[in-house]
Structure formats: C-alpha cells, structure tokens
Write a protein that binds this ligand. Structure first.
Ligand code: PLP
Length: 355
C-alpha cells in the first residue's frame, strides 16, 4: 500500500487537515463498513442463535491476538477493555492499595490515569515528568510507578522500561498516546493500557490492557468474562490469562471495525508518522514557540498567541482540526501515518492568516 492509497482510506481527510488523532483518530471506510455489516447482521439475524456467541468470542480472540502482536506480547496477556481509563481502573482496583502505599506519577498525566490513581486510595506523589525526578520521588512506601509512555501535553516520551529497571518497581503505563503512534514494546512492562479510538483509528469505546503476569493481579472488577465457572455465592474460577480482565461486552460490530482498522495500517506507519511529526514541529518552530522536543511522540504542541480555544475554533472554521491543552496555554497537533505535507501547510496557513 503506498501513501496515496493509505490516505484515501479516510474520507475526513478530503475535507479537513485532520490533526487530532490524540483525541480520536480518523475513521477509514473499511472500518465503518465492517461496523455497518456487523450491525446489519444484528438487525436482521438478531443477537442470538447457535453461532452468535462462538463467533463473537472468536472475533474477540482475533482482536486480542492482533493487539498482542502490535506490542510484542502473547495474546494471553491482553484483556479487551473499553478505554485506557477502564484499564487503569482495573489495575489499580486489583492492586488493592491502601493509604500507607504511595504511587509515583508525573505532573503531565491525563485524568484517565489520575482519576483512577486518586480513587485507588493510595497517596499519589506527583513528580516532574523526567526520569531523575520520578526516581527521586520513590520512597520505601512506593508500590507503583504510574505514567504515560507518551505525554498527552507535548508528546514527550518517558523511558518506562528503564524506570522500571532502575526503580525495581512495577509500572502502570498509560499507552493512550503511544500504542499505534510509536513502536511500543510491552514485554516485561507490568501493565500497559491501549486506547483503540486514537492512533489505531478504531471505533469508540474499544481498548485493551496488557497484563504481563495475569495470575498476579486480583480480578477486582469482574465482568461475566472474568470466570470459567462460578459458585452460587459468586466465588469464581478465573478464565486463563488476561482475558479474565475483559471488562465489558463490546459490540461485535465494533470488534470487527477495529480489526478492519488494524488491517488498514501500512507497514511503514511509524516511520511516516515520525517524519510528519518532525516536519510539523520544524515548520511550526519557524514562527511559533514549539514546546515539543525533536524525535519524541507524534504530538506537537506550541504556545498559543492569544486565547487557545479561540484559535482552535478559528482553525476549525478554516478546515484544520487541532485541540488546545486546558490550563497550559498550548495548542496540540497530532500527526499520523495518514498525515500529508499539505495538512501541515494548511495548519500554518490557518495560523498565519489569523495574525
Ligand atoms: C495520556 C492519556 N491518557 C488517557 C486518556 C483517556 O483515554 P480513554 O478515553 O481511552 O480512557 C487520554 C485521552 O486523551 C490520554 O491522552
């Protein structure tokens, strides 16, 4: 698949310079067609029958295997969830932390991680988002490092495997801005969340959670998928592997949609996204104060001149989709494997036009 073919999968790109995969990736025709087909099947044949559940379970396992391959783990280490937030809640509830325990996080995390951290009951220690500060915040009470591989504010990459090794602590990695955007190697990482609606261009409300050693985490939020068998009082024998953490029934139409989205990813996805992010960063830096460093994730943020919300709105009116980062006075562009130079040119033209 060449670049033009890859880009042509996304009708939204014919209309907008769509630079907001950090919120929601663009949807491809094949993704929506697979979802429509699944919904039509449900409509015409009903959500029952001898084949319905076996087929739905087989689809789930197919998706599990594909996500596992993407991040370099076994399918048995992947749970299907609804989001990164969902995955963080599953892990933190399972760890059963107490107020005497501490979790070290960074000052650049999304509420999708921070909310579950706060709800865990542990003391949340917030460090600057760089390795030495994170390690300096560790005390004998620290039970977990909880941080993003790619920070949503400016695309900085944190060396999560190195932090795990140097601290000797388990790590919960928020992979929302990493998985699908940059190469992610989850082998040896205790917990990694996946948001499929962003860089994997999947449907809404589909995600995954990688659990390196599933047997060592308690199932604290069981769904029907948690058990192989159960007793009248609810005691249950967990399903093998991370499937015990599958959090919800996901419509088979959405599962098929995500499989189609993964099928549409070209082999050169990471290289092209990195190239476009660098182009975007360099071009913006000629006129604006860019805060994103070179060669990080695929998010590029720059200091707003004036009201960032108004700038984002004005850009949208000119066919350019970006977002602002609340409270930081930053505007953020997301560059993916579908991004073309013309998208970056439209962004700059839209910004300069409004000066
Ligand atoms: C770093 C980070 N974590 C978590 C989230 C929340 O993701 P989800 O909606 O999949 O829970 C986001 C969404 O923007 C994010 O950027």
């Amino acid at each position: 698949m060449d670049f033009d073919q890859a880009r042509a999968q996304f009708p939204v790109l014919e209309r907008y310079a769509y630079l907001n995969a950090g919120t929601f990736g663009p949807l491809a025709r094949a993704t929506v067609a697979a979802m429509e087909e699944g919904q039509r099947r449900d409509l015409e044949q009903g959500r029952s029958g001898p084949d319905f559940f076996p087929q739905a379970m087989a689809l789930r396992d197919d998706l599990r295997a594909r996500i596992a391959a993407l991040v370099g783990v076994e399918a048995a280490q992947v749970a299907l969830t609804c989001s990164t937030t969902d995955g963080c809640n599953i892990v933190l509830a399972g760890l059963a932390l107490s107020p005497e325990d501490e979790v070290v996080t960074t000052e650049d995390e999304h509420f999708g991680l921070l909310g579950p951290l706060h709800a865990s009951g542990a003391r949340v220690v917030v460090a600057a988002a760089e390795p030495e500060s994170i390690l300096a915040a560790v005390t004998p009470r620290t039970k977990l490092l909880a941080l993003s591989q790619v920070l949503w504010t400016d695309g900085r990459v944190l060396p999560v495997a190195e932090l795990r090794e140097r601290s000797g602590l388990p790590v919960l990695v928020d992979g929302a801005q990493a998985v699908g955007a940059i190469p992610v190697a989850a082998a040896g990482v205790d917990f990694l969340t996946v948001s499929a609606q962003k860089w994997l261009c999947g449907p809404d409300t589909v995600g995954a959670l990688v659990v390196w050693e599933p047997e060592r985490l308690r199932v604290a939020q069981p769904s029907y998928f948690a058990q192989k068998s159960f007793e009248p009082d609810g005691r249950f024998e967990p399903r093998p592997g991370a499937a015990r953490f599958d959090s919800q029934w996901i419509s088979p139409a959405s599962v098929s949609g995500l499989i189609a989205a993964l099928d549409g990813r070209p082999g050169w996805a990471f290289e092209h996204a990195a190239e476009m992010s660098e182009l975007c960063r360099k071009t913006l830096a000629e006129r604006f104060e860019v805060v994103s460093a070179p060669c990080q994730g695929t998010l590029v943020s720059w200091r707003a001149e004036g009201d960032p919300t108004a700038t984002v709105k004005r850009l949208f009116e000119r066919g350019v989709v970006v977002r602002d980062i609340p409270g930081r006075n930053l505007i953020r562009a997301s560059c993916g494997w579908w991004t073309a130079e013309e998208d970056v040119e439209r962004l700059i033209a839209g910004l300069v036009d409004g000066d």
